[in-house]
Design a protein. Sequence first.
Length: 295
Amino acid sequence: MNVTAMIKLSVSMAIFGSIGFFTIHTGVPAIELVFVRCICATLFLGGIWLATGGHKTEMWEKHEVIRTLICGVFIVLNWVFLFKAFEEMSISIAISIYNLAPIFVLILGSIFLKEKMTVQALLVTITCFIGSIFIIGLNNFLSFTDFMQSGFVWALLSAIFYALTMLTSKTIKNFSAYALTFTQTTVGIVMLFPFVDFTLFNGLTTTNWLYILGTGFIHTGFVYYLFFDSIRNLSTIIVSVLVFVDPVVAILLDMVLLDFMPTLLQTVGILLIFGGISYTLYTPIQKTKQHLTEE
């Protein structure tokens, strides 16, 4: 049991859980915030990558580069849609829907990777869908305008692109974690630059800039450093459990600092979603346990 690695992963997930709180205090929209975030992360992780000499040992294979660039597009869209969701709905609701990503990995895997969809997996998917309806509120599904303004679409898209990021990254074998992230955030800078309204940065307060730079250097640069430095020393079981620190911290901060109190239906919806996600992770965790036992 690598206690140091567990602490690093727990700290990274706890910090990332506060990103919603930081986001709503930046004073800038999603695209501009993700753009600055990409710049900060590129400088931070690129600096570590160069300082450790990791860039000298990278294997730059054409197919790996292409997949990494595609993965970069997916992760940037994932960030943009998540931050847009924070603009429209409470952090707790957005994070709950965002964490549907493992379910979408299951669905997309059955479609594109020809992985078999079991009855249990189908029931989990339906359970999570019902949970998302409870979270948004049945009334918002009766009017198209209310539905679009609820932020549900943005949160759902963020989860889908997070799932696409996970599926794509699974096909990248030779790049180091730093090379992968450095390339992805560089893609974000190039991709978002034409759409950034730089006038929106005028008149920002010192507090706004502290929150903006915090999302870049802390939530992206430092968190990614801790995350990648820890998961390589931990089993799948431990990682699967500790990543839940992120949504728990996000929901607690939303309730304590922003006075969010879910209704009964929303509470049921959150429990349905995380219950479904836990069941989705249960099978691979059990397989890992069995594999470790056999060894």
